[in-house]
Ligand binder design. Structure first.
Ligand code: PMP
Length: 293
């Protein structure tokens, strides 16, 4: 059965799921998106993802031609049309078809695209043995340029950092902000554990308001762990007992080496393990049910 893709209210076969070459999402990266997971027949944190999508759109003055409830229903409908109970949704809202010229007023109608598929971001070994990463030269964008809180279609800042990670031969890159503080990785938020306490950079350091980040913070507090959000430097990372990354696609990935320094004893740590178990527990019962059978 060919994959069905939702485009502007219609479910189309993958081969017929096309948009205009004049769409400003393509021409200028003008648009917003979300990456969402399905676990155990539920769309995980769907409400939170849709809320963030509408906030991203609001920040770029893009009016999405559907209510948040209609958008949630469209996500559920796309999963059902593809028979998916587990997997990954890519939800995209572009500025729509316009003219060759960047003025968004030339784009009368935004386009909504929903792709429901599967994903495996990293090999299984990374979750078992931990990941090696490095700091890269490309800094995170300033909050007063394209604010990293906006999940926009303009991901070149992250892609440049990812290319630098590839050149070094590591799976992810730590991006610093222009002040030199740790912001986030190219597609994941950053956490460290030091003396049993959890630390993650503040959102003002130039990070996406990660939904997995929020979930892990909630899990940590429920377990009685203290969580703080101070500015972090590379020194704080090098001297941490444990480190892990969070993201919808990545879930929770232990990090065991940064810029040649072993983190802790170079193995995924016990606090990371307990948090991962708690996180997996939440994925079992959170979210909107896909099939009611
Ligand atoms: N930072 C960036 C730059 C991202 O693109 C993402 C999403 N892949 C994250 C952090 C993690 O956010 P979330 O947990 O909401 O997926």
């Amino acid at each position: 059965m060919p994959m069905k893709v939702y485009i502007d209210g219609q479910l189309r076969d993958e081969s017929d799921a096309t948009i205009s070459v004049f769409d400003h999402g393509l021409l200028y990266g003008d648009g917003v998106f979300e990456g969402i997971r399905m676990y155990h027949n539920r769309i995980f944190k769907l409400r939170e993802h849709i809320e963030r999508l509408y906030w991203s759109a609001k920040a770029i003055l893009l009016e999405i031609p559907m209510t948040q409830q209609q958008m949630m229903d469209a996500c559920l409908e796309t999963c059902r049309a593809n028979g998916l109970r587990e997997g990954y949704i890519r939800l995209i809202v572009t500025r729509g078809k316009g003219t060759l010229g960047l003025d968004p007023r030339r784009c009368p109608k935004p386009s909504v695209i929903i792709i429901a598929a599967t994903i495996q971001l990293y090999p299984e070994s990374v979750y078992r043995d931990g990941m090696t990463i490095a700091t890269v030269p490309t800094t995170r964008m300033l909050v007063n340029s394209v604010n990293p809180a906006i999940k926009s279609l303009n991901y070149l800042n992250n892609i440049l950092a990812r290319i630098e990670a590839n050149l070094i031969g590591v799976e992810e890159a730590i991006m610093l902000n222009t002040e030199g503080y740790v912001a986030e990785c190219t597609g994941d938020n950053i956490f460290i554990v030091q003396k049993g306490k959890l630390y993650t950079p503040p959102l003002s350091a130039g990070a996406l308001y990660g939904i997995t980040r929020n979930t892990v913070i909630d899990c940590a507090r429920a377990m009685g762990l203290e969580v703080a959000e101070p500015n972090l430097t590379r020194y704080d990372i090098y001297t941490a007992d444990e480190m892990f990354l969070t993201g919808t696609a990545a879930e929770m990935v232990p990090v065991v080496k940064v810029d040649g320094r072993l983190i802790g004893d170079g193995k995924p740590g016990p606090v990371t393990g307990r948090l991962l178990e708690a996180f997996r527990g939440v994925t079992r019962h959170d979210g909107e049910v896909i099939f009611r059978d």
